[in-house]
Every structure is written in C-alpha cells, then in structure tokens.
Design a protein around this ligand. Structure first.
Ligand SMILES: O=C(O)CC1=CCC(=O)O1
Length: 260
C-alpha cells in the first residue's frame, strides 16, 4: 500500500499504468474511496500513468480534525503531485473531486494540462442543505443518509438490479467526521470567480439522472469556462464511472488524446 504525508495528512494513493506515460490523476467524490474508478481503468489507453488517491477523511487516508476547505483539499492534491514529481497531468475530479480540481487548476496551474469536472459545479448545494445533512449524520450516523444518497448517486434501473448495495456499504463505512468535514468544505465553496478565469482545456461530464449535480447545474459551470465542453451521459446518476465505466472511459480517452 502506498501513502504519502503531504500538507499535514497521510494520504493513501495508487500509482499504476505506464511509469513514463502521460499522468492522469483521479479524485473521487464525497462518501466514496478510490475504488469508484476500478471499472474505468481497464478501458483507458494502456500507455497512461494512472494515479488515484483518497482525500483526507475518506478511504484509507488520514482523518484529520475538520472542518476542511476546498483549498486545503486542493493543496493536498498538489502536495501529492509534487511528492510524485508530476507536472502537466490531466486531473479528473468527481463531484467534490471536481471542486478540488477547479481549485487546484486556479492555485497550481503548473501541475495541470487539462481538467475533467465530472458531476460537479463551481458551487454545489447551499449552506442550509449541507447543515441539514450534517445534523442528520450527527444524530443517526452515515446510515441515516444512505438510502436517499443512493437515489442521487444511481439510476432507478441500477438500483433495481441491487447493484447499489456495495456502494451503500462503502458510504456507510467512511469515517463519519471526515465525511462531515468534507460537507463543510463544500458548503463554504463558491468557485465561480476563480473558475471563470481558468485557462486550460476543460471537459465537463454530467449524468442525465444525477440527483446531486443535475445537467443544468453542470452546464452553468461549463458556460463560465471559455472553450469548455460538456458531455451529458444518458441513463446514469451522480457516479457514472460506476454505472457506465466504458462510456465514461471513452469520454476521458477522447479528452486526453485531444489535450496535447
Ligand atoms: O452525496 C451527494 O449528494 C453527492 C455529492 C455531493 C458532493 C459530492 O462529492 O458528492
């Protein structure tokens, strides 16, 4: 298992694929760990170097005391990339990972050659909504929010097949305080101003049935960024890398190929 101590937290990561290849860094969403990318990787070009990591407070990374901020989480990503000697990577961020990617591109443009903002936006939800979720977790644990979360994450068809069950277990097993600290980071984040100034190739991905960041919200962020293109995936919810990994990988592969 690989870990690195960066920015005051020990982060768990994987570093696979071709060691000298174009680097692609994956940042996953709230309540998930780096396994959300498992099914995507076999469909990516074999000549890529693929880095995945668990943000602090999630997966096997350290749960430092909260609250966190998107800037702290972006500095974690930058610290990991510096640790690995990465420059000019493509960063793929899902949901809060997309917020991290936007902040990273604004704070450390030297690290990135392209950014994929997947199922994310410059602002996600509002303070009242996030506080309601935090209160529900403090009184009932992550189990208290698990069922409605699955409805936002996955299409009715995927859930009917029982395919959401392992992902619900993944959510319920995340460190509760780490999850809450990330909710606080999202609640405080409005990246509209800095995201409108981004100057790198950007692709956005939305899921037609996404109950957390619906296509209209993702489209509004796409309109902020000169030259950015939005792909809307049909029939999937908030975590399309799990529901339709082959199509998701094809969108990533196209973007990586187009991004010199
Ligand atoms: O749990 C959700 O609603 C989905 C989500 C919002 C931000 C994130 O990272 O995941």
């Amino acid at each position: 298992m690989k870990t690195a101590r960066v920015n005051g937290a020990e982060l768990h990561y994987t570093d696979g694929g071709a060691p000298d290849g174009q680097a692609v860094v994956f940042a996953n969403s709230l309540g998930t760990d780096l396994r959300v990318w498992d099914a995507v990787l076999p469909h990516l070009p074999p000549d890529l170097r693929v880095i995945r990591y668990d943000k602090r407070g999630h997966g096997l990374s350290e749960e430092t005391p909260g609250p966190y901020s998107i800037d702290i989480l972006a500095d974690d990503a930058a610290g990991l990339m510096d640790h690995l000697g990465l420059r000019g990577a493509v960063f793929v961020g899902l949901s809060i990972g997309g917020l991290i990617g936007q902040a990273l591109a604004a704070r450390r443009p030297d690290l990135l050659r392209g950014l994929v903002i997947s199922n994310s936006a410059a602002r996600i939800g509002d303070a009242g909504m996030w506080q309601g979720r935090i209160d529900a977790i403090r009184s009932g644990g992550l189990r208290a929010i698990a069922a409605p979360t699955m409805e936002r994450w996955f299409s009715p068809e995927f859930r009917r097949e029982g395919a959401a069950a392992p992902w619900q277990r993944m959510l319920e097993r995340q460190p509760q305080d780490g999850y809450i600290a990330c909710c606080e980071a999202i609640a405080a984040a409005d990246l509209s101003e800095s995201t409108a100034k981004l100057d790198l190739p950007v692709r956005l991905i939305a899921g037609r049935l996404d109950g957390s960041t619906p296509p209209d919200l993702v489209a509004a962020t796409a309109r902020l960024i000169p030259g950015a293109r939005l792909e809307v995936m049909e029939g999937v919810g908030h975590i399309p890398c799990v529901e339709a990994p082959e199509i998701y990988a094809a969108i990533l592969s196209d973007f990586i190929e187009e991004t010199p």
